[in-house]
Design a protein around this ligand. Sequence first.
Ligand code: RNT
Ligand code: ZN
Length: 417
Amino acid sequence: MKEKTVEQAYAMAKERYAETGTDTDRVLDILRGISLSLHCWQTDDVAGFEKLSGPLSGGIQATGNYPGRARNIDEVRADILKAMSLIPGRHRLSLHEIYGDFSGEAVDRDQVGLEHFRSWIDWGKEHGIRLDFNSTSFSHPKSGNLTLANPDDGIRNFWIEHTKRCRAIAEGIGKAQGDPCIMNIWIHDGSKDITVCRMKYRSLLKDSLDEIFRTEYSNMRDCLESKVFGIGLESYTVGSNDFYIAYATRNRKIVTLDTGHFHPTESTADKVSSLLLFSPELMLHVSRPVRWDSDHVVIMNDETLDLCKEIVRCDALGKVHIGLDFFDASINRIGAYVIGSRATQKCLLQALLEPLDTLRDYESRNMGFERLALLEECKSMPWGAVWDMFCLRNGVPAGDDFIPEVQKYEKEVLSKR
Ligand code: RNT
Ligand code: ZN
């Protein structure tokens, strides 16, 4: 796209938005200040670097075998940097424990320590990328169907130890980067068929979490992610939405809402205001569930738009950690990051451009027609021109100009793997 075209279109859009009371320059400054937390696991289909790693388990699946998957830590880092170079703004990177720098050693999950993340911390510092963290319950011989909710003390204690160590690592990362490391706990625990012990497993999970959270930290934050079901664990999920909302509220922890983890017609956007009334912060895993929790690449669809609008309408940009969570192995993986991240930002942009004062004025005066009419008009406002200017100002390709960049990287780097 020619710079001049972007500038001319922006000038007109700016005027048009000014008529609705919105200052687009201000909006672009706010958008620049929003960091997404990119998930590291789209680079390699959630494989990680454990020496003895087995197949992906825990009821999640990455489907497809597009060539060019990252095979080691250097490739993951290079791919993340490439993706970030095509996404406007400054973003964070969310690491799973299995992405530690194990230098070819077999380090079991109950042996992991901050030393395995030193090189990540240095890398983050070098590139100005802050890190977030995740404990990893899946893809391990002791994963089975139950980890923190396992009635077998040996297995349960193993996972308690793992999760405690992960919190200590997150604390170390947060301290080193001078900014809290957001640590997410998602475990797959559940049952394929009917269980008659629902209470027992949930009670075990509660006890495990109480034990895990015994140590207080100040440089990390704990988040808990529920889901409806996993593949092979369809009948029961120990860490359900109700369980974690209750646990998090009582224990002052953060709830993670993964947009793929609810019933298909349930609105994740609608949950934002309810949760924020009882918890100071919220974590998101923005994903695209196609008919189920399929973890497709995020696009600018109604669900993502609604979610971003809710965050802005709740004035909650400073309270919501926006993480991404998708893993599509069927297309260029760097391209997947770029599409998903930019789509999320496009949704945030449209949310920020909304003439909220006018809409709220209509609502307060019971002017339903006017409110609906303006909401509809917003859809055809020239937000695309504002988006292109956002890209231009942040030194990344505007419009579809990132496609040849991704293709070039595929030709020069990915195709040689
Ligand atoms: C799984 C959860 C979880 C994982 C990552 C890899 O359903 O969404 O967040 O995707 O931990
Ligand atoms: Zn998730």
